[in-house]
Design a protein around this ligand. Structure first.
Ligand code: FPP
Length: 231
């Protein structure tokens, strides 16, 4: 592991710009998603190198069902190939895989391959990679509230509420990165990112690499995080 000073424990990534990356090259949009997997692998290896403990990739949002069937099934097929590869990056590097969101509407074999990978990696501790799959921040909050309403609890604290969200014991992200220059949260972890530091590099996701991540970490180290207080 390479020591470079204060390291965020959790980074959340909104992988934007895959479609534009492909369109610019005259390719179908799913080529951008496929190329995006290489950026996921580069990022995972960089997280291991710098000792980041949690990294969440926003792979499919509750709103992504609005895309064409062709694109949706293209993403499913990329996910399936990637997560069912027996020689995957997770097993090779003792990385725990987790997911947030409700996978129920996904094809059954895809759900099975994700669940198998989660089961096979559950004791690994080098890094936890979380895939947000059919995830929405509002949906996460609403499900937590509905669970509360059907329980006997009359009141909860902030810390108790955090444990009711899909992220449960996972720390809140200290850094959220959205690539491609768009500056929106698009329903990503709405409750958990109350004090996250936001970064909006112009790079399209398929071009994102270790250098971009390192630049963000260096910038994060310079930011004055006051959490509403004063120094
Ligand atoms: C956003 O870019 C990207 C997505 C909605 C899908 C991300 C999916 C992958 C990288 C592939 C599968 C994931 C894993 C975990 C293997 P966009 O399509 O909105 O880009 P655009 O704004 O340029 O159109």
């Amino acid at each position: 592991m390479k020591s470079i000073g204060k390291i965020p424990s959790h980074i959340g990534i909104i992988m934007d710009g895959n479609g534009r990356w492909a369109t610019r090259r005259g390719l179908p949009r799913n080529f951008g998603h496929k190329e995006g997997v290489k950026a996921i692998e580069r990022t995972i290896l960089a997280c291991l190198k710098y000792g980041i403990k949690y990294c969440t990739f926003f792979a499919f949002s509750t709103e992504n069902w609005r895309r064409s069937q062709e694109e949706i099934y293209g993403i499913f097929s990329i996910l399936r190939d990637y997560l069912s590869d027996p020689n995957n990056i997770f097993m090779r590097n003792k990385i725990k895989v987790d997911s947030i969101g409700i996978m129920d509407p996904f094809p059954e074999d895809l759900i099975n391959s994700i669940n198998n990978l989660k089961e096979n990696t559950k004791d690994y501790e080098n890094l936890t990679v979380i895939f947000a799959l059919n995830y929405g921040g509002r949906d996460d909050i609403i499900r937590a509230v509905n669970n509360l309403l059907s329980s006997n609890k009359q009141k909860v604290t902030d810390q108790e509420f955090l444990k009711l969200l899909d992220t449960k014991e996972i720390p809140e992200p200290e850094i959220v990165i959205r690539t491609s220059g768009e500056m929106r949260i698009s329903n990503f972890m709405l409750y958990q990112l109350a004090y996250s530091e936001m970064f909006f590099p112009k790079t399209y996701w398929p071009d994102f690499n270790e250098k971009h991540l390192l630049k963000i970490i260096k910038e994060f180290q310079k930011r004055d995080r006051r959490f509403g207080g004063v120094h």
